[in-house]
Design a protein around this ligand. Structure first.
Ligand code: GLC
Length: 638
């Protein structure tokens, strides 16, 4: 396949720039496409189609979005999404406030809190009772009527842009609902659409693949294939049996989904969350996760987006081992040219590890790997999201900290699911796999930090401790580098909601316990309520974050040696600016030597803590900075 340079009969700045970008990307697009599809019988035809899809995407892009693209690219040295001014929140529109129209009334709420990037959980049509929270899409372009319609969405988008806020949406890239048109046509025997999925006439290949493919939902959806009676065939369903995996070996599927990527881009999406990209290529004899071809597909998407809709950043939702995650930022020639964002899921889980054990050593053992993230890319940092918490970090990290990996994980699972004697945490195990002993953890930030239990026993001291833990967890993730992504409800300390147990669409999936329905009783505005305390503190953290420019992600994180396993510390530095962040993860008071601050060339004499508004005189090396249980400090040299 060869691309031809394009000439359009234009000429304005945006189009000029487009031609330049397109021509620059053309060689890469061709090479990446050929890697995947050169041998496919429809390769040529589909390639021409792809080029047209790219050109059409630019043509359809609105003037305001084209201008925004240029603005976002204005600072060539620093991508817009690295800024310390960005802070996100993920939310389900229906559970947060009912409808898209209602959400417009809530924009002041986000601004008040300090949130300016809205991640709206999947809004496109999904069948009732088979939706996986919106991740089983039956129409990629039709807003589900539960939320409103496309015009409501467009109005919301305008309002968001007017307020200089940003928008993040998902593309559910790995699979469709079995009620999607493509799946329905496949079921009716249409060969073209059967080729959009992975169909098998018998169990021979599925059985082979099953030998090495892990199960994602072993309790509610065991195995990776579903029998389709109408066809007497098996179809690949890695997630639930109603989610059919798309066959990206077929270039027509790639084109359809690339066109959908552009449809979202042209709706004004600033960050596109590519759902489950680790799974998009399958190969016998492998786990069918994180394969090279999956990366090639992501790199191809990036090149196409860079050409036509460059203002849209890409987020790979790959919740994978630390050694694998780094590859989602691109490798070799495509370093920093794959996804702009990835979730720092390892750090997220390790914070829970540190909080549960009061020992930061496992968290620190992982950092060398996490620091490899390329310049110009960034993390989504978070303490909770709508999914479970997996303890997928390496055994070696646990071993290096002196623990037995099996026992250590068992402790954490018991601690957070409420089985460990006297644990303050209230969560539950999710996706327990009897065969492998694996399990993940569900529960809200507040419940896992002990608030649910403390409220139940009306124990003021324990309530305060839980609040301190919540804020410690948030602070660690707000300052470490990347765009913080709050999960709605956490800013008010929502505890687990057990009503999902009575809902047939949800009762097989306990992740719903941490997806609350917001009750707008405005308690968070009433002084001294628990909600108010948590809201105010979260707000304060975000205000501080916006004040400190050095917190922009310039790959400028250095861990400190605190010589105290209870305490993690790092500093963020750029030019002469620096800020030290210190966190006591344990329930005991402790101290670190002032020497901690003198290891890295600078010798600060006075440090100002933004959190307490308090100045510290840096003492001698044999003197100590005292820390209360779960205390943290955000210290800038004065
Ligand atoms: C992603 C989503 C998760 C969903 C899965 C399947 O991991 O975050 O909620 O179940 O993809 O789409």
């Amino acid at each position: 396949m060869n691309t031809q340079n394009i000439q359009l009969d234009i000429i304005d700045v945006a189009e000029n720039k487009f031609i330049e970008r397109y021509n620059n990307a053309a060689t890469n697009i061709t090479a990446l496409y050929n890697t995947l599809y050169a041998d496919h019988p429809n390769a040529n035809k589909c390639f021409d189609e792809l080029l047209n899809i790219i050109k059409k995407a630019f043509k359809k892009r609105s003037e305001p979005l084209k201008n925004k693209d240029l603005l976002k690219a204005a600072n060539a040295n620093e991508a817009w999404f690295l800024s310390n001014n960005l802070c996100g929140m993920s939310l389900y529109v229906d559970r947060f406030c009912g409808t898209i129209n209602n959400l417009k009334q809530k924009l002041n709420y986000f601004e008040e809190l300090g949130v300016n990037l809205l991640h709206l959980m999947p809004l496109f049509e999904t069948p009732k009772n088979e939706s996986d929270g919106g991740y089983a899409v039956s129409d990629f372009r039709k807003i589900d009527k539960r939320f409103g319609n496309l015009n409501d969405f467009k109005d919301l988008e305008k309002e968001i842009k007017q307020r200089d806020m940003y928008l993040m949406l998902d593309i559910v890239f790995n699979h469709t609902s079995h009620r999607h048109q493509w799946a329905l046509k496949a079921k009716q025997g249409d060969k073209k659409y059967q080729d959009y999925f992975y169909f098998f006439d018998d169990r021979i290949i599925p059985d082979e693949l099953e030998k090495t493919m892990p199960e994602i939902f072993p309790e509610s959806a065991p195995g990776n294939f579903t029998y389709i009676e109408e066809l007497n065939k098996w179809v690949m369903t890695v997630f639930h049996n109603y989610q059919w995996d798309l066959n990206y070996r077929n270039p027509a599927v790639f084109n359809e989904m690339m066109d959908t990527v552009f449809f979202y881009a042209n709706l004004g999406v600033d960050v596109l969350r590519i759902d489950a990209p680790a799974f998009i290529w399958k190969k016998n004899g492998t786990t069918s996760q994180n394969l090279d071809e999956a990366h090639t597909i992501l790199q191809l998407i990036k090149q196409c987006v860079k050409a036509a809709t460059p203002g849209m950043a890409l987020l790979a939702e790959a919740i994978v081992a630390p050694s694998e995650i780094m590859k989602y930022f691109g490798t070799g020639k495509y370093l920093a040219q794959e996804s702009d964002f990835a979730y720092n899921a390892t750090q997220m889980a390790l914070q829970w590890d540190a909080l549960g054990t009061g020992d930061t050593r496992v968290m620190l053992a992982a950092q060398e790997q996490l620091l490899q993230k390329p310049f110009g890319t960034t993390w989504i940092t978070y303490t909770r999201c709508h999914d479970d918490i997996g303890l997928g970090y390496d055994d070696k990290m646990i071993g290096d900290a002196g623990y037995n990996p099996y026992e250590h994980r068992r402790f954490l699972k018991n601690y957070y699911s409420g089985f460990y004697p006297n644990t303050p945490a209230r969560g539950a195990l999710f996706s327990v796999n009897e065969k492998t002993g694996d399990a993940r953890i569900s529960g809200t930030l507040a419940s896992l930090c002990g608030l649910e239990k403390a409220l139940e026993s009306h124990n003021e001291l324990e309530i305060d401790t839980a609040i301190n833990k919540i804020i410690l967890m948030q602070a660690q993730s707000f300052f470490i580098g990347g765009v913080p992504m709050l999960f709605y409800g956490d800013e008010q300390g929502y505890i687990n909601d057990y009503s999902y147990q009575n809902d047939e669409d949800k009762n097989y999936d306990n992740r719903w316990m941490h997806r609350p329905i917001i009750n707008w009783n405005e308690n968070y505005l009433k002084a001294e309520t628990v909600e108010n305390k948590i809201f105010k503190k979260t707000q304060k953290l975000l205000t501080i974050r916006k004040k400190i420019a050095v917190l922009a992600d310039k790959k400028n994180l250095t861990w400190l040696n605190t010589s105290n396993p209870q305490v993690a510390g790092y500093f963020r530095a750029w030019d002469k600016a620096r800020v030290y962040c210190i966190f006591n993860f344990s329930n005991k008071a402790t101290a670190i030597s002032w020497y901690t601050f003198k290891q890295n060339a600078l010798m600060p004499t006075t440090l100002f803590d933004y959190w307490q508004n308090k100045e510290y005189k840096v003492g001698f090396d044999n003197e100590f900075l005292n820390l209360k249980p779960y205390q943290f400090l955000i210290l800038a040299p004065r």
